[in-house]
Design a protein around this ligand. Structure first.
Ligand SMILES: [Mg+2]
Length: 327
């Protein structure tokens, strides 16, 4: 019978994951049976968890520092989508073997992501098995101010932060489906391996957005989650999708990927935000002050369903709806 086989848990966590505490709301972090954390008054605690499995969520050859960084960021992205301010994290690490070089690089990437968002690791657990990383994060919002998927209403405008399709394009290079010699390739690989959670945009949309989600599985798939939760439909103007200069340098507009990747590829971790018409000008001005680019890509409608329309009126039918994870 297979049993739980600890990987000398205490020394591993102590050696690689115990860092000096950067938050004074951590009453007790790593080193006891459980962490003791002080939640500020009049605050809702927002929690998210995500698991990355080698060969499913990232190619098996991914650099350990990138895996650590991404494991943290995909979780922080979920907090960003709720309008939450990140605070704490716990880590469950399943490893085939205890390899010092791998653990050193992984923890460096992990803490680079954590400290960039002022997040303290307050607990950890290690087990032997196929490489799997589970991170849970907690953050705060003022009572009742979290943004949900369910608040979108007909007439709301749909915005996305940043640009779409880079991570999906990066994955095509990482897996050898595309080959090019160009600096832009490094840029899209970085979007794949070192995503940035849109924390500041998440905080700035409080009080302005009616609904939001982070784009982890592809724009259309994640928009559908908002539509399901809000019981409405939407039109996306596919000529308005924001693409990075790296993307535009690598993909020609007559390639299927020009539309497929921004609409359906995952892992960009941008925010998709619906904003009531009356708050649109405020929203745009606030995002400008925050330094986050936002692009209007469509609107919410009462009529159910998701329509993707080009300016010439042609409707787009995606090859796949929702992101197929790497495997
Ligand atoms: Mg999410």
């Amino acid at each position: 019978m297979l049993s739980h086989m600890p990987l000398s848990e205490f020394s591993l966590i102590d050696q690689y994951f115990r860092r000096s505490q950067l938050r004074d709301d951590v009453q007790c972090g790593i080193g006891d049976d459980a962490a003791i954390l002080r939640v500020p008054p009049h605050t809702d605690l927002v929690a998210a968890i995500d698991t990355l499995v080698a060969g499913v969520h990232f190619p098996a050859g991914t650099a350990p520092a990138d895996i650590g960084y991404k494991a943290m960021m995909v979780n922080l992205s979920d907090l960003a989508a709720m309008g939450a301010e990140p605070a704490w994290a716990t880590l469950a690490l399943t490893l085939p073997e205890s390899e010092p070089d791998w653990l050193t690089a992984f923890s460096e990437g992990f803490f680079a992501g954590a400290s960039s968002c002022n997040v303290a690791l307050v607990g950890g657990d290690t087990t032997r098995g196929p490489l799997t990383i589970t991170v849970q994060v907690q953050g705060f919002v003022p009572e009742g101010r979290a943004i949900r998927r369910s608040g979108a209403q007909a007439g709301d405008r749909l915005f996305v932060t940043g640009s779409l399709g880079d991570a999906g394009l990066g994955l095509m290079y990482a897996t050898g489906q595309r080959r090019d010699q160009d600096d832009a390739v490094q840029q899209v690989l970085r979007r794949l391996n070192r995503p940035e959670a849109r924390i500041s945009a998440g905080l700035a949309m409080r009080g302005l957005a009616s609904a939001a989600i982070d784009i982890s599985d592809g724009l259309l798939g994640d928009l559908q989650h908002i539509l399901d939760a809000s019981d409405c439909g939407a039109t996306v103007w596919m000529d308005d999708l924001p693409r990075s200069s790296a993307f535009s340098a690598l993909v020609r507009p007559d390639e299927a990927s020009w539309y497929d990747l921004p609409l359906s590829a995952g892992d960009d971790f941008e925010l998709l935000i619906s904003v009531p018409e009356a708050r649109e000008a405020d929203f745009v001005a606030t995002m400008q002050q925050t330094g986050v680019a936002v692009t209007a890509i469509g609107h919410i409608e009462a009529h159910p369903g998701l329509r993707c329309i080009a300016r010439d009126g042609v409707r787009y039918r995606p090859l796949v709806s929702g992101y197929q994870h790497f495997s």
